[in-house]
Design a binder for this molecule. Sequence first.
Ligand SMILES: C[S@@+](CC[C@H](N)C(=O)[O-])C[C@H]1O[C@@H](n2cnc3c(N)ncnc32)[C@H](O)[C@@H]1O
Length: 303
Amino acid sequence: MTDVRQDLEAELSLATLEALHQVSYHEAGLILAPEKVRMVQSRLRHRLRETKTATFEGYLALIRSDAGTDERRMMISALTTNVSQFFREPHHFDILGDKILPRAQVKLKAGGRFRIWSAGCSNGQEAFSIAMHLLDHDPSLQDADFRILATDVDPKVIAFARDAVYPDRMLQGIPDHLRKRFLQPVDNAGQPAHKMTDALRQLIRFKELNLLKPWPMNHVFDAIFCRNVVIYFDSPTQDALWPRFHSVLAPDGVLFLGHSERVPAPEALGFCMSGPTAYDKSPTFDTNLPDTFKRQGKLNGTS
Ligand SMILES: C[S@@+](CC[C@H](N)C(=O)[O-])C[C@H]1O[C@@H](n2cnc3c(N)ncnc32)[C@H](O)[C@@H]1O
C-alpha cells in the first residue's frame, strides 16, 4: 500500500528526465525533451509500480545497473508511441500493387524471391495490410517464395502481432471483402474481436529488432516500409539510417516513409523520390557507402 501511494506521488524532476533521456536516446534513439516531462512521468509510473521502485531517481539507478537490462527494454516499450492502423496512407498500397508486385512476379517466375520489411511494425497492422493487399492482387503468392519481415523495438507489440487477435475497434480501414477472406471472429474475453487467418500469418515473421543496433538479415528487400518511425529520431539518428536502408534494398527496391518524414537530399544518398514519401533506389548510384551495415548472422526464419 505504501509503495502504491509513493508511486502515485513520485515526481519526475527535469534533471532525472535528462538522465533518463540519455539512456533512452542511447538505447533506441528516443528523445525525452523537457516539455515531455508530464507524459514521461505518466508513462513510467506503471514501471515504478511493477519494479516496486518508490522514486524516479531509484528507477534511474535500476535501469543504469547491470541488473536493469530487461527493465531498460520495458522502459523503451513504455516510452514508444505505437499508434497505427490498417491500410494507413493508402497511396503506398497503390505503388505496392501497381509497381512493386509486377516486378516481383517477374522475379518469382525466374526463380527469385520477394521480400518486404515492415520496420517499426507496431501491432502488426502495416504488415497484415501489405499481406492482404498483395494476396488480393495475386493469390498465387500464398505458395510463392514471398515473405514479410515485421520488426519493432517493443517486445509487447511484437507479442500482440504474433497473436494476431484484434479487437473490432482496431479493424477500421480493412475493406469488407478482405475482412471476410482473412479474418475470423474469435472470443476475446467477451469483447468482439477477429484473428488473422493462418494463411496470412504464415507469410509474416514478427521479430524484436532495434533499428539502431546491428541488423541481422542477410538478404535484400523489394520494399521497406519504415513509416512514422524516424519522426521520433533526431537528424543524426535519421542520417545514420538512410545508408543502412539503402544497403538492404534490392536494386529496384522502394523505401516508404510516413507522410511527415523525408530523406533529405535523396539523390546524394542513392535514392530518387518516386511518389509521396516513396523513394526508389537509384540504379546508377555508386554504393561506396559507410560501413554502418554490419551483417551478423541470420534472423531465424527471415531468409
Ligand atoms: C507510430 S508507430 C508506426 C507503426 C507503423 N509503421 C505505421 O506507420 O502505422 C512507431 C513504431 O516505431 C517503433 N520504434 C521506435 N523506435 C524504434 C527503434 N529504435 N527500433 C525499432 N522500432 C522502433 C515503436 O515501438 C512503434 O511501434
